[in-house]
Design a protein around this ligand. Structure first.
Ligand code: 0L1
Ligand code: MG
Length: 267
C-alpha cells in the first residue's frame, strides 16, 4: 500500500474541514474522490491525521484505534486487500445498556467486534499475530456504530480512510477474558435487533483470527510512523455484517464466552 501524500497542505485542510463538518453536524457529503480522483490512500490518512489533531486540540482524548474492512467479504466487496484503520476517542465511547442518540448521526449501522486492550506497546513493521497475543492484556466484546458520512454509502477506500474509517460510536461490555483462556478464532456471535436474530458469525471471519487484524493495524501504523501504545483499546473489525439502526431499535450482541453487549437507539 502506498502511503505517499500527493495533495498539498491546503487541499488536506480543506478536505479535513469538509469531513469535520459532516461528522459534527451529521450530514452526508459526496465521496472525496469525486473532486479529487487522483487522491491516494496516503492522502486519506493525511486528512485523517489532520482531523485527529483538530479533535485532540479541542480536548478530545484518544483512547485507541480501530481496524475496519477486516473481513474477507467486506474486502472483496470494496475491492481492497488491506483493511483501513481509524482512531477512537473518549467522545465516541458509550456505556453498556445506554440509549444512543441518532439525531447526531447520518445513517448509523452496528457491527459486532472483538476489542483488545493492550498491556505492551507494539510497533510495525513485521508485527505478527503472536506479538499481538503477547502484548494483549485482555479482550472484551464490543459493538461498533459506524456512520459513513458519504451519501448513499458510495465511497472508496481513500474517502473512507479520510472519514476516519466511518467511526462514530462504540460500546464495550460483556466479560473481559485473557486471550489464553478462550479460542479467539472460533468465537461465535449472534446479533439481535428488537428480539429477532438479524445476523451471526464467527470471529474467524476477521482475517482468520481477530489478532491478525490488530497486527495489520500495527503495521499500517508503522507505515504512518506511529506505534500502538500500551493501554490502547483496539477494535479488530466487524465479524458480522453491519446492520442499520433507527430510533426505537434495541440491539443485543451475544458473544460466545464473552457475554453480551446491548444498547438502544433514540432520536
Ligand atoms: O469498521 C469498519 O469496517 C469500517 C467500514 C468502513 C466502510 C463502511 O462505512 O461500511
Ligand atoms: Mg468496524
Amino acid at each position: 500500500m502506498s502511503m505517499s501524500i500527493t495533495l498539498g497542505r491546503e487541499d488536506i485542510v480543506r478536505l479535513c474541514e469538509r469531513i469535520e463538518g459532516a461528522q459534527t453536524r451529521a450530514y452526508a457529503i459526496p465521496k472525496l474522490t469525486d473532486e479529487y480522483p487522483q487522491m491516494t490512500i496516503g492522502d486519506g490518512y493525511a486528512v485523517q491525521l489532520e482531523l485527529r489533531k483538530r479533535f485532540l486540540a479541542a480536548g478530545h482524548k484518544q483512547v485507541g484505534w480501530k481496524a475496519g474492512l477486516t473481513s474477507k467479504a467486506k474486502m472483496i466487496q470494496m475491492g481492497v486487500s488491506v483493511p483501513s484503520i481509524g482512531f477512537l476517542t473518549d467522545r465516541m465511547a458509550r456505556p453498556e445498556s445506554s440509549a444512543i442518540k441518532t439525531s447526531d448521526l447520518v445513517h448509523p449501522r452496528v457491527e459486532c467486534e472483538v476489542a483488545f486492550v493492550m498491556k505492551k506497546t507494539l510497533r510495525g513493521p513485521n508485527c505478527t499475530l503472536q506479538d499481538v497475543m503477547d502484548a494483549t492484556d485482555y479482550v472484551l466484546p464490543a459493538v461498533e456504530i459506524i456512520d459513513s458520512r458519504f451519501s448513499g454509502f458510495k465511497f472508496d477506500l481513500e474517502s473512507v480512510v479520510a472519514d476516519n474509517g466511518s467511526s462514530a460510536r462504540f460500546v464495550g461490555g460483556g466479560r473481559a477474558r485473557y486471550v489464553e483462556d478462550i479460542d479467539l478464532r472460533t468465537l461465535g456471535v449472534v446479533m439481535e435487533k428488537n428480539g429477532e436474530i438479524v445476523t451471526m458469525g464467527a470471529s474467524a471471519a476477521v482475517l482468520g483470527h481477530p489478532a491478525e487484524a490488530i497486527a495489520m493495524l500495527v503495521n499500517i501504523l508503522g507505515e504512518l510512523g506511529e506505534e500502538l501504545p500500551a493501554g490502547s483499546f483496539v477494535m479488530s473489525g466487524g465479524i458480522t455484517e453491519a446492520v442499520a439502526v433507527k430510533p426505537g431499535d434495541s440491539i443485543v450482541a451475544r458473544f460466545q464466552d464473552l457475554g453480551s453487549v446491548s444498547m438502544r437507539f433514540i432520536d
